[in-house]
Design a protein around this ligand. Structure first.
Ligand code: GDP
Length: 302
């Protein structure tokens, strides 16, 4: 059975919260629903999703015979899994071209773990025998360019970059050129994460998109938004901003090793309608796992 060890901490915690809540279960009353609502909010499930879950539970509890602690547990778990699965498109993994170059664009605010995620994923693809080129599209921070070079050396990927302050779209163009020349399978593009200058960031991302599509009409195959799970509801706010400016296709949720609040995954599904495609659970290059609704349910409640 697939077991996502990255979810270990967070999942056990949501499970533990449910168990604690059910430990005092006698019968269903208003207080019971309020306790569930509080538990969900504390687990970062988010306001919207919590209210919907609570409504469903109230309805179901009328229909179903909820007499024992086990009945109540089954109902809660089923409702949480359903709400996540019904909110997102069916899991399809990362879309990559069978033949020729695929481009993956990574967006997200500074510090969420974008560069690290790129390195981790590059490492996985390289282990599978693919050739990977990295493009340092965050030209704003010297640290970001340097860091991508360090990771590129470590995982065995070519890195294309410019001087600090260079045009990110030009870096992308050079990245595509280099990837084509070297017969690479995947180009992974790092981008700047300056949400405080939203207009500029939007224009920058649009321009990068245009350059990519001019060279490769079907690319980018994915635009992955990287979110830091430890920032809870702030991560959701960031995600909504990015959704307005870019065609995000999936989420990478990092730092799941640093939080006990797995409920954020439900909130992402419910409020954004976007699938979590990967979960990061540490700083090393192995610390990234693919994620789908199956191992969500398994990790969360087993
Ligand atoms: P960026 O600014 O978005 O590119 O973020 P970085 O990739 O530089 O990461 C910022 C910090 O978060 C670094 O210290 C990383 O080692 C750390 N980090 C990234 N992903 C994870 C993760 O899944 N778990 C933990 N604990 N730390 C992480």
């Amino acid at each position: 059975k697939r077991f996502d060890r990255g979810l270990d901490k967070s999942s056990k915690s949501l499970k533990r919260r449910i168990n604690e809540l059910l430990a005092n279960f006698r019968y269903i009353d208003e207080e019971f629903f309020e306790d569930i609502e509080n538990m969900l909010i504390e687990s970062d499930v988010g306001f919207e999703a919590t209210l919907e879950i609570s409504d469903i539970l109230r309805e179901e509890a009328k229909i179903e015979n909820v007499r024992t602690m086990e009945d109540a547990e089954e109902l809660i778990v089923k409702t949480l899994v359903d709400i996540y699965e019904n909110s997102i498109p069916p899991y399809e993994g990362v879309h990559l071209n069978e033949e020729g170059l695929s481009v993956l664009l990574f967006v997200g605010v500074n510090g969420v773990g974008k560069t690290t995620t790129i390195a981790k994923l590059a490492h996985q693809y390289i282990e599978e025998g693919k050739k990977v080129v990295l493009a340092a599209g965050d030209t704003f921070r010297a640290g970001a360019i340097e860091q991508l070079h360090v990771w590129g050396d470590r995982v065995g990927a070519d890195v294309v970059s410019s001087e600090i302050g260079g045009d990110p779209a030009a870096v992308v163009f050079d990245g595509i050129k280099q990837a084509k020349e070297t017969g690479a399978d995947i180009l992974m593009v790092d981008t700047a994460g300056r949400l405080q200058n939203k207009k500029n960031l939007m224009l920058e991302l649009e321009k990068m998109h245009r350059v990519i599509q001019k060279e490769l009409p079907e690319a980018p195959q994915e635009v992955l938004l990287v979110l830091d799970a430890t920032t809870g509801q702030n991560a959701l706010i960031q995600a909504k901003e990015f959704k307005q400016t870019t065609d995000v296709t999936g989420i990478v949720l990092t730092k799941m090793d640093g939080t006990a609040k797995g409920g954020i995954i439900i909130a992402i599904g419910k409020e954004l309608g976007l699938p979590v495609k990967f979960v990061g659970f540490g700083e090393k290059m192995e610390d990234l796992r693919p994620f789908d609704a199956d191992n969500f349910a398994y990790g969360l409640f087993s």
